[in-house]
Structures are given as structure tokens and as C-alpha cells.
Write a protein that binds this ligand. Structure first.
Ligand SMILES: [Zn+2]
Length: 296
């Protein structure tokens, strides 16, 4: 399926797109990194094209508008909500200006405990990318070890990887989290809503109860104190959740929470298990085609 050259949708295609289900999209970065093992980045050009397609084909709404209407029987089937996970600085510098150009709202789920340090998975990718062949073969093994490590264990493991990789200390990886000032700037203006995405981005299932509560409660309190807003949404890190995490999210005062289950929203959707589709670095045509099929 092709679009007319200007990117405007032809009328029959527009009609076809009516009556779809509400969708929630997940982005992470709007950037062009040198390497992107986890396909987290969408280029600014492609992100702008995605928004132009959405402007023609769908109605972009705040995530809360979808979450709050699940019971109403009137979901607004052409509704699409845009979300970002993790809280990368490029969400402010590259994504926000494009959202503003289209007056499209979005929710950015922020991991609050980075304290200016890079995300561990970016450091891991950088170090393994710089390493020799034998270490490269251990990409997934070392990634899994780091994912389940405590903060202290991870620091030691990353330092060891750095030594083995031969990369000089102080070489930052591609992509960094928002600073506190950048977070404030991202939230200003009201178009971008901030949600929580854990303190340390730990996978919640399997955490002792006290730590699980901390990962869910603390970022809400931090963001609300910092930004003077109410934080309504939580996104489970890695999309991983269990019944305990859902109970704690509800008890913590969130109104909704997001998974990474890739399907459309329906009247049966639990507001604390909102499904979302991951968006890749797709061209205008590819994004439009997937959107027309509701990402099926
Ligand atoms: Zn994440």
C-alpha cells in the first residue's frame, strides 16, 4: 500500500482507517546512534514522518484519555497515544519540537534514579561494541547478568567489562538520560506528560516486596515534588509485571500502568495492563502500512 507523494492520505485509504481500535505506541529515542542493538532509536526524520501520518490518519490523544474511557464503551476507535520509555535527553531535544509542530501530546515514562549516569544497557552496548570477538559473542549472556544484578554488582561488572574492552574511562555511550533541568523543560508547556518508570529500571517480578514498592512509589513522589504535577501513569520496566506490582501500582495512587504487550486497546483492557506497540525506525510508508493494519 503506497501513499500519495505528498504524504497526504488519499480519501479511500482514510475511510479504510476509520473504525480501528485505539492504539498506544512506544518509542524510546529519537536519534541516529552509531549502533542500536535493541532498536530503541527512531531517526528525527522518520519520527516527524510518523507524526505526519498520524495527523492524517488518526487522532492523537493523551494516554489518560484512553485509560479513563475503557469502561465507557466509547473508546474513540481512531485514538492513538504516543509514549516514550526511559527518559532520554533526546526526548526533549529531538522529539518535543516535532510533537509541538503537530500539537500532539505524549507521555514520557522516566526512570528517576540515573543521577546523570548513562543507562546500563547503553554502556553495555558501547563496551561490547568496542571489545574483541570473544567478548562480542557474550553480548546476551553479559546483558542478562547485568539485568538481574543489584546496583552494586552491576557497577563492578560494568567496570570489569570496561577494563576488558580497552575503552578509556569517561567515554560516554551514545544516548544519555535527561538531566533534572531537562526533565523540567520537557514537562513544561503541558504537551508532554511525565510518567514513572522505576527508580533503577529493575524488573519488578522477583524483587523483594520492599524494593518493589520503592521502585513504584519513589519515582512518583520524586517527579511530583520536582515537577509540581500529579503523576498518573507508570510503565513496568522491560514490560515485566506480576500481580504484586499491579496491586502496588494501584495502591500508590497511579491511575493506569503500561505493559509492552503488543495489541490494541479494547473494552476488556485493564487500565493497569495497558498494551503498547513498539515502533521501529520505519519509513513513512512502512509506518503508514503498519498503522493501517493496526500493527497486526
Ligand atoms: Zn525501559
Amino acid at each position: 500500500m503506497r501513499l500519495s507523494t505528498g504524504g497526504r492520505l488519499v480519501a479511500p485509504l482514510r475511510r479504510l482507517w476509520r473504525g480501528r481500535r485505539p492504539l498506544i505506541l512506544t518509542y524510546h529515542r529519537v536519534a541516529e546512534p552509531r549502533s542500536d542493538h535493541w532498536a530503541l532509536a527512531v531517526s528525527p526524520k522518520h519520527f516527524g514522518e510518523h507524526l505526519a501520518v498520524l495527523a492524517d490518519a488518526r487522532r492523537v490523544v493523551r494516554l489518560g484519555q484512553i485509560a479513563d474511557r475503557l469502561d465507557s464503551g466509547d473508546l474513540g476507535d481512531d485514538a492513538v497515544a504516543i509514549t516514550f520509555d526511559d527518559g532520554y535527553a533526546d526526548n526533549l531535544h529531538a522529539a518535543k519540537p516535532l510533537l509541538e509542530r503537530h500539537s500532539m501530546p505524549a507521555t514520557v515514562f522516566v526512570t528517576t534514579g540515573t543521577r546523570g549516569s548513562p543507562f546500563w544497557w547503553d554502556e553495555h552496548e558501547q563496551l561490547i561494541g568496542h571489545a574483541n570477538g570473544a567478548m562480542k559473542d557474550k553480548f546476551l549472556t553479559t546483558w542478562r547478568q547485568l539485568k538481574t544484578a543489584s546496583a552494586d554488582e552491576r557497577e563492578i561488572a560494568v567496570a570489569s567489562l570496561r577494563q576488558q574492552s580497552g575503552l578509556p574511562p569517561g567515554t560516554p555511550p551514545d544516548g544519555r538520560p535527561l538531566s533534572e533541568d531537562e526533565l523540567t523543560a520537557l514537562a513544561s508547556g503541558g504537551l508532554v506528560e511525565i510518567g514513572a518508570h522505576g527508580v533503577s529500571h529493575a524488573s519488578l517480578p522477583g524483587l523483594p516486596h520492599g524494593l518493589l514498592r520503592r521502585e513504584i512509589e519513589e519515582p512518583k513522589a520524586f517527579l511530583e515534588a520536582r515537577l509540581k504535577v500529579v503523576v498518573h501513569g507508570f510503565a513496568y520496566p522491560y514490560g515485566e509485571w506480576n500481580a504484586e506490582a499491579v496491586i502496588v501500582a494501584k495502591a500508590s495512587g497511579y491511575r493506569f500502568a503500561c505493559t509492552t504487550a503488543a495489541h490494541a486497546v479494547s473494552r476488556r483492557t485493564d487500565p493497569f495492563l495497558l498494551p503498547r506497540f513498539p515502533v521501529g525506525n520505519w519509513t513513512r510508508e512502512e509506518f503508514a502500512g503498519r498503522l493501517a493494519r493496526s500493527f497486526a
